[in-house]
Ligand binder design. Structure first.
Ligand SMILES: [Zn+2]
Length: 331
């Protein structure tokens, strides 16, 4: 490989490792690596090995009983050939119409968010322009990817579990190594579609809602808008807001950490963030134990705005516009 440099995320670890490669004997390294290999693979082997592996993790994690076999296997399939599983999953649980309806929902959420940016009396026009650019530069991953991963190199056989796992692992390794020196693929999915999660990833300026979370009670293709905006709409509003919370605000529309705010606006933003910190710090969770507002401010900001934006977005729908229907709903 022609890679001449590596971006090391944790340099301190490698400093220590470098020193230890010299100070620890080669024999000890062999034992250490052997133990590591056994720990990694024991769970892929027959019951005595899997049980021994669990006995070990039981002490470390406190998990009392092993997961049911069916659960363990479903997770293994999801983790190793997740896109193959996902194709069957979305066929059954996330039809094309659901994806279309979700796109409309996300569009309305963005419109509602944009309207709120416009209305801010403390933000300057130039920062507003940048904020809106960022809002409309989102990569949106909804349900499942347009392009599925290829597993044709993975060999799967009914009676060779260990070999199956090894084959999938080799395929994954090759897939990752092939990315070296390639431009970042912004369309790539970093979670499998059946996963129940929703997230905002500021370094890529993306919001992700896999098919796994786009199920009742969050989202129901057959339910009316009030239900869906109150459910998944709030979640989307929450995730969009993360792009503009205390941390997300530091990333620009392509995901770089930059000052895209005017200095004055950013100061005003921080004053407002401090108000959320103070408010939550005043809440007690138990007796005299307070929430540490500074540690939860991102989630709190996203929750507060998420609900408000979801409601604004709902009012953009036909059902939301129809006040008569609304009155009927609330009586
Ligand atoms: Zn959040």
């Amino acid at each position: 490989m022609k890679t001449d440099s590596v971006n090391v995320g944790q340099p301190a670890y490698y400093d220590k490792l470098n020193a230890m490669l010299k100070s620890v004997s080669i024999n000890d390294w062999k034992i250490y690596l052997k133990v590591n290999s056994l720990t990694t693979f024991a769970n892929w082997l027959s019951k005595p090995f899997a049980d021994a592996s669990f006995g070990y993790s039981k002490i470390l994690t406190g998990q009392a009983v092993q997961k049911p076999r069916a659960e363990e296997m479903t997770e293994a399939v999801d983790r190793n050939i997740g896109h193959a599983l996902a194709q069957l999953y979305v066929k059954k649980y996330f039809p094309e119409d659901a994806k279309k309806r979700m796109r409309v929902l996300v569009d309305n959420l963005k419109k509602a968010f944009e309207a709120r940016i416009t209305k801010l009396e403390w933000m300057s026009d130039s920062t507003k322009v940048k904020a809106k650019e960022k809002l409309y530069a989102f990569t949106e991953k909804i349900g499942y990817p347009d392009k599925w991963r290829d597993y044709s190199n993975v060999e799967v056989s009914k009676d060779k579990y260990f070999e199956n796992r090894l084959s999938a692992t080799k395929n994954e390794y090759a897939y990752r190594i092939a990315k070296v020196d390639q431009p970042v693929d912004r369309t790539e999915w970093h979670t499998t579609p059946p996963t129940v999660t929703a997230y905002n990833n500021p370094p890529l300026n993306e919001i992700v809602f896999p098919a796994g979370i786009l199920q009742s009670p969050y989202f129901d293709l057959n339910a009316d808008d009030a239900l869906n905006y109150g459910g998944i709409g709030m979640v989307i509003g929450h995730e969009i807001t993360h792009s503009f919370d205390d941390q997300g605000a530091q990333y620009d529309k392509v995901g770089n950490v930059t000052d895209w705010w005017t200095k004055d606006d950013y100061e005003k933003f921080k004053t407002r963030t401090q108000q959320v910190i103070d408010q939550y710090s005043s809440f007690t969770v138990l007796d005299s134990v307070h929430i540490k507002g500074a540690l939860t401010v991102g989630e709190n900001t996203a929750d507060i705005a998420g609900v408000a934006i979801a409601y604004d977005a709902f009012k953009l729908t036909e059902q939301g516009k129809d006040t008569l229907k609304l009155r009927w709903l609330y009586t």
